[in-house]
Design a protein around this ligand. Structure first.
Ligand code: ADP
Ligand code: MG
Length: 367
């Protein structure tokens, strides 16, 4: 359906896309991942000609869309785009947003356009909002309206540019659910996203973009569990884990817990596993910074690192410090008894090693 050959995009002297080659077939769901600034948005914008490619070819259904003869408005209509910031028409009601395109650009009658808009509102779960204005909607609702508006133009493919990254965490899943539904119904889509679990579940293929090219592509399994190339592996490992620096006993417990929860959500942990991670982190830090023991706080605090391996299904909590955390865990203070037995109950193993003068304690959570 879409064939991209040797696509190059430069902004002045800056080469953003060096040589992008890709094929997207009808019914495929492609997730595009990669570090920020590697040209993912630029790639989508070139695909639907919001940005003019510097060189290369893009074929849609066999037609070269960069040729002078191409019917650009028609080609663009085949491709819907959903942006990070929704881009709804603020002065129009939801119904207005969903009917203006079909009436003005597709030549639909008002009645037909309205009937279709109501069907689409049902699909995105917002049938009761047809008379609302964008300013009355939550971010998640706005994005679902933006998706409905995109569908109202009857696109053959939808390009999503980080559709959930402007949303509160609580609203991410309602938007992802709508996209999942479209995927199930066979919609062709290309999605730039940081939601790795989602990308893993919904995609037929993943493009990992880096260094101005599609650096590695493969099935979700290939990219997420067995990436072949270096940069992909580094990227996947980095997003799998989570860091937090705790300087002393006065750390922001709520911020830390929110991050831990977020980590658990990203990897779709069960509630009991999420609670186990929270409890373990809290109890270990409690011991590290317990009253009367300044050893860790006086040597710069602790770096906390959480990681999860889908391969082994193991969660690891790693603590790094200049002082020995294990000695904290094994010392005999009457007040520490409860924390210690909770930790022992949660962990399958604990191991401390010394590396470059730092002590690293790894706690493996029981499954
Ligand atoms: P990503 O979506 O992967 O984060 P982008 O496609 O937004 O990356 O940007 C890639 C690079 O292109 C960045 O270095 C960015 O600063 C640059 N860039 C993007 N759009 C423009 C533009 N309109 N003018 C100049 N540079 C741009
Ligand atoms: Mg971007």
């Amino acid at each position: 359906m879409i064939q991209v050959e040797h696509l190059i995009k430069m902004y002045g002297d800056l080469t953003v896309l060096r040589d992008v080659n890709a094929e997207i077939k009808k019914g495929e769901v492609i997730s595009i991942i990669g570090p920020s600034g590697t040209g993912k948005s630029t790639f989508l914008r070139c695909l639907n000609l919001l940005d003019a490619p510097t060189d290369g070819s893009i074929y849609i259904d066999g037609q070269d869309i960069l040729s002078a003869k191409a019917n650009v408005p028609l080609l663009r209509r085949k491709m819907g785009m959903v942006f990070q910031n929704f881009n709804l028409f603020e002065h129009l009601s939801v119904m207005g947003n969903l009917t203006i395109g079909p009436i003005k650009l597709l030549g639909r009658s008002r009645e037909v356009a309205k009937a279709r808009a109501r069907e689409l509102l049902k699909i995105v779960g917002l049938a009761e909002k047809e008379n609302a204005f964008p300013s009355e909607l939550s971010g998640g609702q706005k994005q679902r309206i933006a998706i409905a508006r995109c569908l109202s133009m009857e696109p053959e493919i939808i390009l999503f540019d980080e559709p959930t990254s402007a949303l509160d965490p609580t609203m991410v899943s309602e938007v992802l659910s709508v996209i999942r539904r479209l995927a199930k119904e066979g919609m062709t889509m290309a999605i730039v996203t940081h939601e790795m679990k989602f990308a893993h579940d919904v995609s037929s293929r993943i493009f990992y973009m880096d260094q101005g090219v599609i650096y590695e592509e493969g099935t979700p399994h290939e990219i997420f569990t067995a990436p072949r190339k270096n940069l992909t592996r580094t990227f996947i490992n980095r997003i799998r884990s989570f860091h937090f620096h705790i300087a002393n006993a006065n750390y922001d417990l709520y911020a830390l817990n929110a991050e831990v929860e977020n980590f658990g959500e990203k990897h779709i942990f069960t509630p009991s596993r999420r609670n186990a991670v929270l409890l373990l982190v809290e109890e270990v830090l409690q011991l590290c910074f317990s009253i009367g023991d300044e050893a860790i706080a006086n040597t710069g605090g602790v770096d906390l690192n959480l990681s999860y391996s889908e391969n082994t299904d193991v969660v690891e909590v790693m603590l790094e410090s200049h002082a020995s955390i294990e000695s904290v865990m094994t010392r005999h203070e009457p007040d520490d008894g409860l924390s210690k037995s909770i930790i022992a109950g949660l962990c399958a193993s604990t191991e401390e090693i010394v590396e470059a003068g730092r002590r690293k304690l790894t706690l493996k959570l029981k499954n």
